[in-house]
Design a protein around this ligand. Structure first.
Ligand code: ARG
Length: 458
């Protein structure tokens, strides 16, 4: 059944029907559509626009439709134009006259704006709890690796020693910010557009605030034209999801590097890696690669919706129907990626010995060696030069700074004494970094405590 046949004398072209229809994707929010309709008729009856008898018949009918779709006894008709038409037509089929009163004081423009908000609002909560789960796993890794030394990198060159707890803590901060962004978006979007009609409100005495409260919104939206034309919250959500993917992708890139034969920092669990059809020795980090790869399609969704919206005059335009498939795809992609990444990182084994060896062999303690000379009275610029010569010598000898003799040290500068070894031990280098946010055990324990407090309250 079409909701708008009256004005037309010819059948719609078959291709136009297919091109125009959204049922293949908007059936995803059939529950939200029904939930919104129930709130709408409850409000209509309270305002005396609908009788209580009609209200009851409609609510019973809608509840039955929802249950039957869920339990599989009612199939959604692929030939319907959209989920709104399908639900309304089925309702009329089932309860007759009363069903024809459902759409009083409503347009599909405010209806779809509502459905999409209800759907994405739930999805924001789901993404948030997946992120919380990931943060819990990261925090556990932090707690277990306060003394797992590893090289910290700049320019992907070994720079200064850090710990795995510290490195993981950086990602904790990123995903924490992602959750904050989701919360902000939720708070901004959580106003109900229903009752805005096609664009100019309606002549019925609707109580929009009441409908909003029934649906757990903070209130009703302020301008009816904006209500049906606003897709800002989806753009914000796609942007926040793009940032989540960017974070996951950076972490994935590190997992891929750390899993390579050159690094051997980690061993991925068999359940989270795959093999090669030709090379028997291979254990590939496909999950991390796919997460990195799928980042592109979420960015694409953001660019796509921004582009769709940029030339649209007020108020509703059919272009906006394009907001759905790409947002649904991005949401499903992000949820899948967070869940899989969490499983992968949770089961990853960290090769602590290799990490520490790598820190030792990359001259990550060179800054500390220079600081040692400074503490003995050498000006920093001279100390920098002396350690530079020493590093050159070590490269020739193929030895880390820790492994050359005191005579070799003294040959370059007489200031060196036996306590140099203690001063440049990786453990010392980390332990001396006591400032807030640095990797020493003391600073890290304080950071971990703060992370726990955050997870307990958010
Ligand atoms: N399928 C449409 C959408 O997603 C529903 C709103 C239709 N409104 C209209 N005036 N044709 O935007």
């Amino acid at each position: 059944m079409k909701l708008w046949g009256g004005r037309f004398t010819k059948e719609t072209n078959e291709l136009v029907n297919n091109f125009n229809a959204s049922i293949s994707f908007d059936q995803k929010f059939f529950k939200e559509d029904i939930e919104g309709s129930i709130a709408h008729v409850t409000m209509l009856a309270k305002q005396g626009i609908l009788t209580d008898t009609d209200k009851k018949a409609i609510i019973d009918g809608l509840t039955g439709i929802k249950e039957d779709i869920i339990n599989g006894t009612l199939a959604i008709d692929d030939n319907a134009e959209d989920i709104h038409s399908f639900v309304e037509a089925t309702l009329i089929e089932r309860i007759g006259e009363a069903g024809k009163r459902l759409h009083t004081g409503r347009s599909r423009n405010d209806q779809v704006a509502l459905d999409m908000k209800l759907y994405t609002r739930n999805q924001i909560k789901e993404i948030d709890s997946l992120l919380k789960e990931l943060l819990t796993v990261l925090l556990k890794i932090m707690e277990e690796n306060i003394d797992t030394f590893m090289p910290g990198f700049t320019h992907l060159q070994k720079a200064q020693p850090v710990t795995l707890a510290h490195h993981t803590g950086a990602y904790f901060e990123m995903f924490k910010r992602d959750r904050l962004r989701l919360k902000d978006i939720y708070n901004r979007m959580n106003y109900c557009p229903l009752g805005s009609g096609a664009l100019a409100g309606t002549t019925y005495p609707l109580d929009r605030e009441y409908t909003a409260s029934l649906l757990d919104f903070y209130g009703a939206t302020d301008n009816s034209m904006d209500s049906v034309a606003d897709r800002d919250y989806l753009i914000e959500l796609l942007s926040a999801m793009s940032t989540i993917m960017m974070h996951l992708s950076r972490f994935s890139e590190e997992i891929i590097l750390w899993n390579s034969n050159e690094y051997r920092f980690i061993e991925l669990d068999d359940a989270y890696s795959t093999g090669s059809s030709i090379m028997p020795q291979k254990k590939n980090p496909d999950i991390a690669e796919l997460v990195r790869g799928k980042t592109g399609r979420v960015y694409g969704a953001l660019m796509s919706l921004l582009t769709t919206m940029k030339g649209l005059p007020l108020a509703y335009n059919k272009d906006m129907q394009e907001d759905k498939e790409l947002t649904f795809d991005a949401i499903d992609t992000v949820k899948g990626c967070i869940a899989l990444f969490t499983g992968m990182i949770k089961t990853t084994k960290f090769n602590k010995k290799n990490m520490e060896e790598s820190a030792k062999h990359g001259f990550t303690n060179a800054t500390d060696a220079a600081d040692y000379l400074v503490n003995k009275g050498v000006p920093f610029r001279d100390a920098h030069g002396i350690i530079g010569q020493l590093v050159l010598y070590c490269i020739e000898q193929n030895k880390p700074l820790d492994d050359i003799s005191i005579d070799e040290y003294k040959a370059i500068s007489p200031v060196f004494e036996d306590d140099i070894y203690e001063a440049i031990a990786i453990k010392t280098c980390v332990e001396k970094r006591l400032t807030k946010g640095a990797p020493s055990e003391t600073a890290m324990k304080a950071a971990i405590k703060a992370c726990h407090e955050y997870l307990d309250k958010e």
